[in-house]
Design a protein around this ligand. Structure first.
Ligand code: SF4
Ligand code: SF4
Length: 438
């Protein structure tokens, strides 16, 4: 029975691929035909992903069937045989998808079953978000589409598979702690490599060619100076509304530098006082916003403003390489960058939180030694919650030997909250890898 249903599922998937080919979409055909290969891994997520594709495919067959019948009726042509054939194809697709969700299929895919839901969700989120971006952007947003039009489906599939793999690994708190700086650095390196190559003449590697400086403060200061151009503020705010301040621990292309630099410094990291984490960043926020407004009111030429912004960015780089490195803490992000403060404050609007189970906590301070964001002073540990500068990086979860640190989201257990948070943040990371360029 299992072999029969699996064969049916694979054949149904191939028929869907053939349908894409009939519409002339070679790359979608290849992506749909490649999807059943994942079943060979015998991972739970592969079963759920193929099941989702088949159920969506059955819906597509139903719509196609109705359209064809209406067309034939309009031209007074015979339609019954075609309707029956499409009805059978649709039913087999639906039945095999449904079977994959059942208990027998579950038994046939025993590997990484505990991770199957986050992995499937991450995969579907990446595919969905990238499909939306591709459908709505005025330029090809994925690199592969620029070189081989239509091949973005294969890149989308690859990024979805990457997200599923990554979230599976990061569900283990210690692996999350180890992998987070690496994937963050990978994202930043790809971002800046594309920028450098784009400026060096490979224009296809730029998004629009309309350059802006990669200085996070310009997310707020840029629109104030220009009086428009809200793409980055909207992207930043939507990210914060999804994953709280995790922009500053998983997604920002500059924050990765501060992370890398602070890791070269002493351990444990120096803890910055609130005077710096709040006062320092409030001062730069006022400087960035007030400065941008002043430059605009004074009608300062854009080129002069660009030089001033570049100067601000360079001071930030200096803070990373000299101060963060010396103190082992992320001084740039927790005391200099205004967007860090904006992320921390806006992040309070969403319910993701890091909390300390005081009944597990022995006050040993291991978590504080892992925190580079100066969010775990003895007072904050005593209060059971990190300070404002916490970015939900998760390093303390992997460090705490007493299982006291945990993610919290109302209505979810600590394990589910963490899995849901990681699913979202990893999906965003994979999407950013695909589309983030200047
Ligand atoms: S604080 Fe600024 S530079 Fe650091 S991660 Fe956040 S936005 Fe990026
Ligand atoms: S308290 Fe924990 S999650 Fe928050 S920034 Fe520090 S190490 Fe990261």
């Amino acid at each position: 029975m299992t072999t029969l249903m699996l064969t049916l599922a694979v054949l149904s998937q191939f028929v869907l691929a053939a349908h894409a080919l009939r519409q002339g979409d070679w790359f979608l055909c290849a992506a749909l035909a490649a999807l059943p290969l994942s079943l060979l891994t015998r991972r739970g997520a592969a079963r759920l992903v193929v099941a989702t594709a088949l159920l969506l495919g059955a819906g597509q067959w139903a719509v196609t069937g109705v359209q064809f019948v209406q067309l034939r009726l309009a031209f007074d042509e015979p339609w019954l045989r075609m309707a029956l054939i499409l009805g059978v194809v649709c039913s087999l697709c639906f039945a095999s998808g449904l079977w994959l969700l059942g208990e027998r299929a579950k038994a046939a895919f025993p590997r990484q079953r505990e991770a199957e839901i986050p992995q499937t969700a991450a995969f579907i989120l990446v595919i969905g978000l990238l499909a939306l971006a591709r459908a709505n952007a005025s330029v090809p947003v994925l690199l592969t589409d620029r070189f081989w039009p239509g091949s973005g489906w294969l890149e989308t599939l690859g990024l979805g598979a990457y997200a599923a793999w990554l979230v599976g690994r990061m569900l283990d708190a210690r692996t999350h702690k180890r992998l987070r700086p690496r994937i963050w650095a990978l994202f930043s390196a790809l971002f800046f490599a594309q920028l450098a190559l784009g400026l060096g003449g490979f224009q296809d590697l730029l998004m629009t060619g309309r350059l802006h400086l990669p200085v996070p403060a310009l997310i707020v200061a840029g629109p104030i100076f220009r009086g428009g151009g809200l793409f980055m503020p909207i992207l930043f705010a939507s990210t914060v509304l999804l994953v709280g301040p995790a922009w500053c621990s998983h997604l920002c292309y500059i924050g990765a530098w501060d992370d890398a630099s602070s890791r070269l410094g002493p351990k444990p990291p120096r803890v910055l006082s609130r005077r710096w984490t709040i006062g320092g960043r409030l001062a730069t926020l006022l400087l960035a916003c007030g400065g941008a407004l002043g430059l605009r009111l004074l009608d300062v030429p854009p080129l002069t403003a660009v030089w001033l912004a570049a100067g601000f960015g360079l001071i930030g780089v200096g803070v990373m390489f000299f101060v963060s490195r010396r103190l082992g803490a992320m001084v740039h992000c927790t005391a200099f960058c205004p967007m860090g403060l904006v992320g921390n404050v806006l992040g309070k609007l969403v319910p993701w939180r890091m909390r300390i189970r005081l009944d597990h906590c022995t006050r040993c301070g291991v978590c504080a030694r892992a925190c580079r964001y100066s969010a775990l002073t003895p007072l904050e540990i005593e209060a059971g919650r990190p300070g404002l500068s916490c970015t939900l990086c998760g390093d303390c979860v992997g460090a705490c030997p007493h299982d006291a640190m945990h993610y919290r989201f109302p209505g979810l257990s600590a394990t589910t909250a963490r899995a849901a948070f990681l699913t979202l943040v990893v999906a965003l990371h994979a999407v950013f890898l695909g589309v983030a360029r200047i």
